[in-house]
Design a protein around this ligand. Sequence first.
Ligand code: MN3
Length: 386
Amino acid sequence: MKKVLILGSSGSIGLNTLSVIDSFKDDFTVVGLSVAVNVKTLISQCKKFNPKSVYIKDEKSRNVFKSENRQNIKIYGNNENDIVKFVEETDFDILVTALTGFAGFLPTIKAIEKGKTVALANKETLVVGGHIIMPLAKKNNVDIIPIDSEHSAIFQILRHFQNVDIYKIIITASGGPFFNMPINEFDNITVESALAHPTWNMGNKITIDSATMMNKGFEVIEAYHLFNVDYDKIDTIIHPQSIIHSMVEFIDGEIYAQLGITNMKYPIQNALTYPDIKETPFDRLRLSDIKELNFYPTDENKFPMLALAYKCGKLGGLYPTILNAANEICVSAFLDSKIKFTDIYKIVNDMCGSNVEKELSIETITKLDADIRLKTESIINNLTTA
Ligand code: MN3
């Protein structure tokens, strides 16, 4: 029985993880759950899965949970570093990290220091800290298993071809809701239309990142770290059906693709059962239902975030930290209707023009992340009051 700790249990990945665990009752037990605010969902999850401890970020939600805590579950969240303490003090085998944004960085490091397997859905952790996370995982003999569907696909393909040289990794992208929209209409994009993703049902932040294609940019950086492949060997391609989750081309010219239903239960199942591969209890993909699989080149003119991610990834050091922090603030400002869709790129690109020379460490990343957030917020406030 493997003990699972889930960070972000009320989000889309968290819910799917619990539903996978529910289908593999003999293999997994839930020992810890965390939410930011959604205490109602957490309470019903606790009744069903009986974890030993929980982390609740929001104070009000924490108080609601305390007043209804008949299971005597240990509660974390009273101070800033409690999520790291929660990971440190909970006895688990697998950490599922499904937090949004930078928040996943420090708890992931703690799990690796404890020598525990990390099932990673929180790509921003690798975007900002891949140069620290991957060597640390190697040193501690820890497996980082991707949940992100594209990386899960690549991970599965590479398991079967461990000694073959990679020519290219080809990450597929749905293109998001604006793939067919002319660029001169981008200024009028509404929050509502940006949240309407054509193929995947996900949280708000990642859905906006998909609309700008920042998400694909992050995935390029994520792939660079996970698979130790140079940026010039990582391509992206638009594949609107999202049935092929990604591909690997080897030096002999053969391209291998992983196909599947667009549902996160499959990559989650594979991450949790790794290194085993188990029969799925979920629906199977029926190829005869799919009429066609289409491919188009990505358009960096319409989606400059993708090129910016390559640029920051290649620059390395603290540039991906700037990219991520500025993007998080801009996405949240866009969701609050404070800035336009096209402002996201403009502001993030400006922020990435900053000069950073500081050396890369957990401390410099954490400090710069906080600095860039404040700077970006003040730029946005000046814009909106001007
Ligand atoms: Mn993905």
